[in-house]
Design a protein around this ligand. Structure first.
Ligand code: ADP
Ligand code: MG
Length: 154
């Protein structure tokens, strides 16, 4: 994967596949000892496909159980026990105030090298946005077509 890559998907399955591929890329990086961020930040409107992407990502990490949107509980943890111990799926949709987001202690999660963290509505993180991260941005949502850019600083 290049530093920045733009992909167009035409259905949910393709977006899920993209999530799976990103997970595979992270696992490969870890195995080879290259530094790949373990925080994945998703930015896109409601219904863009952030949760669909995360479902594929979790599958790529080896999760066999169903990943459900954590919209109401904000943070959901899954046992992975593959290259990392846990996957944390965070959905900030319902939180608008930075104080409420700070109260989640996400910074502690971000520091956890045994975890991979996916954050939906990552723009809400404000000053908590970690520097080392992979950004996944929905540039355009038209009918079933999604234009998605994945990027990170090496
Ligand atoms: P978000 O988490 O961004 O609010 P979801 O992943 O929950 O969005 O929902 C995305 C919806 O859009 C799903 O109903 C999915 O089937 C539909 N969809 C249609 N085309 C696509 C696509 N190309 N990629 C992802 N989802 C798509
Ligand atoms: Mg969602």
């Amino acid at each position: 994967m290049d530093n920045t890559q733009t992909i167009i998907t035409n259905n949910a399955k393709e977006t899920q596949k993209l999530g799976e591929e990103l997970a595979a890329y992270i696992i490969k990086g870890r195995k080879e000892g290259t530094v790949v961020p373990h925080i994945v930040c998703l930015y896109g409107e409601l219904g863009a496909g952030k949760t669909v992407f995360t479902q594929g990502f979790a599958k790529g990490l080896g999760l066999t159980s169903r990943l459900v949107s954590p919209t109401f509980i904000i943070v959901r943890r899954y046992d992975i026990n593959l290259c990392v111990q846990y996957l944390y799926h965070v959905d900030l949709y319902r939180l608008h105030k930075i104080e409420d987001i700070e109260a989640l202690s996400l910074v502690e999660l971000f520091k956890d090298q045994h975890a991979i963290v996916v954050v939906e509505w990552a723009e809400r993180l404000g000053r908590l946005l970690p520097r080392k991260r992979i950004d996944v941005r929905w540039e355009a949502v038209v009918d079933d077509t999604r234009t998605i850019t994945i990027s990170y600083e090496r």
